[in-house]
Design a protein around this ligand. Structure first.
Ligand code: ADP
Ligand code: MG
Length: 268
C-alpha cells in the first residue's frame, strides 16, 4: 500500500528531508512576462531517488525541469545539486527533452556518442556501451542512419541513449516515452528502471501519465494548475524491482486512484 501523507500546512508536500548530495529546489518561482508559470515550489530529492512530476499539459512541468537542467533561470528562488547552485548545464546531468533533439548531419551512433566527444572522453571506450544502448532501444540496425531516416519514436529512443551514454549521476526526463507505442513504452520504462537500479541515479521524470508515474517512482509529486505549485506527494512504497504484473494488483490501483483524485481536485 502506498504511504499517503496527510496534507496540511505543517507538512508541505515536496519532501522535508534535505539530502546534501541530492537536489534542492527552494522557493522557486518563474514568470514569463505577465504569466506566472510556477509559484514558490520547494522540492527536496534524495540522491538516488526516482521522483516523478505529474500533472496535465501546460501546468509547468517542462519549465521546472528546464530550471533543474540549468537551461532556464528561475525568476526567484534557488536550485542546488549536491550543494552546488545550478547556474548552467552540468555535464554530470543527462537530459531527455520532450521532443528529440538530434544533430541532423550526424548518424544515430555519432549522436549517441556526442556527449563523449563534448567531454573529450575516449570514443573507443564508450563504443561497446553505445552498441548495447542501441540494442536495448531496438535501434541496432540504425546505427549508421541519419535522424531523418527514423520515425519520431525511434529518434526519441536515440535521445534517451544519448542521455545515458556517459552514465550521468542525475537524469532529467521530460515525457520521454510519450511518442512511443504502448509496447515499446513499457520496454523502455522497465529498461530505465533496470539502469536506475544497477547504478542508482537520481531521476526526475516528468509525465502526464498516472500509471507511468506510479510504476516507475519512489515518490510522485502532483503539480496543480497554473501558477504551478506542488499540491500532493505520494510515496510509492511498492516492492522493487517493479514487475510488469504490478498494474493488476490492488495496492497499485489504490495509488493510481489517489493520484487521479489529487489531479482532479487541483484541476477542477
Ligand atoms: P507542461 O510542460 O506542464 O506542459 P510548460 O512548462 O511547457 O508546461 O508550460 C507552462 C506554462 O508556461 C504554459 O502556459 C506555457 O505556455 C508557458 N510557457 C512555457 N515556456 C514559455 C516561454 N518560453 N515563454 C512564455 N511562456 C512560456
Ligand atoms: Mg512539457
Amino acid at each position: 500500500m502506498g504511504h499517503i501523507r496527510p496534507l496540511n500546512a505543517a507538512a508541505k508536500p515536496g519532501g522535508a528531508f534535505v539530502d546534501p548530495n541530492g537536489l534542492q529546489i527552494d522557493n522557486v518561482r518563474k514568470v514569463f512576462g505577465d504569466l506566472e508559470a510556477i509559484r514558490n515550489v520547494t522540492i527536496n530529492i534524495k540522491e538516488g531517488e526516482f521522483v516523478s512530476l505529474l500533472g496535465p499539459s501546460g501546468c509547468g512541468k517542462s519549465t521546472l525541469l528546464m530550471m533543474i537542467a540549468g537551461l532556464t533561470r528561475p525568476t526567484s528562488g534557488t536550485l542546488r545539486l549536491a550543494g552546488k547552485p545550478i547556474i548552467g548545464p552540468d555535464s554530470n546531468v543527462g537530459v531527455v527533452f520532450q521532443s528529440p533533439v538530434l544533430l541532423p548531419w550526424r548518424t544515430i551512433l555519432d549522436n549517441i556518442l556526442f556527449p563523449i566527444e563534448l567531454r573529450r572522453l575516449p570514443r573507443s571506450q564508450y563504443l561497446p556501451r553505445a552498441r548495447e544502448l542501441l540494442k536495448m532501444s531496438k535501434l541496432e540496425d540504425f546505427a549508421d542512419a541519419l535522424p531523418r531516416q527514423l520515425s519520431g519514436g525511434m529518434r526519441q529512443r536515440a535521445s534517451i541513449c544519448r542521455a545515458l551514454i556517459h552514465d550521468p549521476s542525475t537524469l532529467l526526463m521530460d515525457e520521454p516515452f510519450s511518442a512511443l507505442d504502448a509496447i515499446t513504452r513499457d520496454d523502455m520504462a522497465f529498461e530505465l528502471l533496470r539502469i536506475w537500479q544497477s547504478n542508482q541515479k537520481t531521476v526526475v521524470f516528468v509525465t502526464h501519465s498516472i500509471r507511468e508515474a506510479a510504476i516507475l517512482s519512489d515518490r510522485v509529486l502532483v503539480m496543480g494548475k497554473r501558477p504551478a505549485t506542488i499540491v500532493d506527494e505520494v510515496e510509492i512504497d511498492l516492492p522493487r524491482p517493479r514487475e510488469r504484473t504490478m498494474p493488476e494488483e490492488e495496492s497499485f490501483n489504490a495509488i493510481v486512484r489517489r493520484l487521479r483524485t489529487s489531479i482532479e481536485a487541483s484541476h477542477a
